[in-house]
Design a protein around this ligand. Sequence first.
Ligand code: NAD
Ligand code: UDP
Length: 389
Amino acid sequence: PSPAPARLDLDGNPVAPLTICMIGAGGFIGSHLCEKLMAETAHVVLAVDVYCDKIRHLVDPAPPHLAGRISFHRLNIKNDSRLEGLIKMADLTINLAAICTPADYNTRPLDTIYSNFIDALPVVKYCSENNKRLIHFSTCEVYGKTIGSFLPKDHPLRKEPEFYVLKEDESPCIFGPIVKQRWSYACAKQLIERLIFAEGAENGLEFTIVRPFNWIGPRMDFIPGVDGPSEGVPRVLACFSNNLLRREPLKLVDGGQSQRTFVYIKDAIEAVVLMIENPARANGHIFNVGNPSNEVTVRELAQMMTEVYANVSGEAPLDEPMIDVSSSQFYGEGYDDSDKRIPDMTIINKQLGWNPKTPLKDLLETTLTYQHKTYKEAVKRQMSQASAS
Ligand code: NAD
Ligand code: UDP
């Protein structure tokens, strides 16, 4: 095989091949990051996860042209002494491991807090003690609700950017009360961010924190009853895909009025690669990674997905393509929501020159084409088995 072409960083210097310990490499983001690093760089990946279904094509077994470039280490970071050794072997650790599906935040708050705070602690500690660089995945949810959400509904200030745009170094973190256990995730992520920041300030840890704003694309989460539990509730892209595949109405939680900005996973992964290869520009920073141009309400998302899926599958939409459900019916007690998420892009633009590219319509076309191809037959089989039994 021909060697990967020499890569240059943003300042024109050659990038030396790195060994990267990627924790949570078997998940949605990890699988895309592994693919990108294998296809376009010479970096070596030590892929850590409890499962590898989404990277099986890269690791089980590794194809000959990737020999020595990627290895899979099946381990649970909660309780495995091999973790420190892997971090020591690497130049850089990227931690993606987390429980990060909202349906879990209010129903499994203890697991959520342990996963997002306690289990991340040893990773931070080993990086700090061994002088290893850390890229830690946090979330846009650390911003919580916008300041504007506390104003009356038609107040003119709600339209002013300073009442809703989310800025890494300026915006406050605004969560609901403790009984609203939805915020267990955001709060745990906020505390691990503060701990990493403090390790940087007091002990010199070289860190970068990533706040993803609704990254979506192929391989996100699972389709209940096909490659995940029948009763499982994934994030909205997979929930709506599942409804479309089964020809059932899309469920709009509390009217689908919340607003989100969606970014295509492949655009977002380019930002991560820039962070990996430009440490001098990325260290010490917290980065929003999202697409402010792709804002929709959840209701608008449902409409767009219904139209795009009809084109992709050739199946006419249902007469009533959506239904309203209350959040307590859908998620149970203790659910709450972020009202609006517009990322400020100033810092990532200045430090890394990164901009998202893909419009929402285009990324939905690619993603729903993938969902249809990957799942339609399996969903049909599963539905006919379920009706027969
Ligand atoms: P994901 O659930 O697909 O991936 C997480 C991976 O971590 C899974 O493969 C899981 O098996 C693994 N993992 C969890 N606990 C582990 C443990 N104890 N030991 C070993 N492996 C473990 O989620 P994702 O969308 O790829 O998200 C990755 C990170 O990005 C998470 O930290 C999440 O909070 C953050 N994030 C993602 C988004 C998004 O838009 N996708 C938004 C906000 C934040
Ligand atoms: N949502 C919905 N129907 C569903 C799944 C989710 O209306 O079947 C809503 C959810 O209440 C939230 C938004 O979609 O307002 C995005 O949810 P997601 O689980 O993707 O994660 P979040 O962006 O809240 O972290």
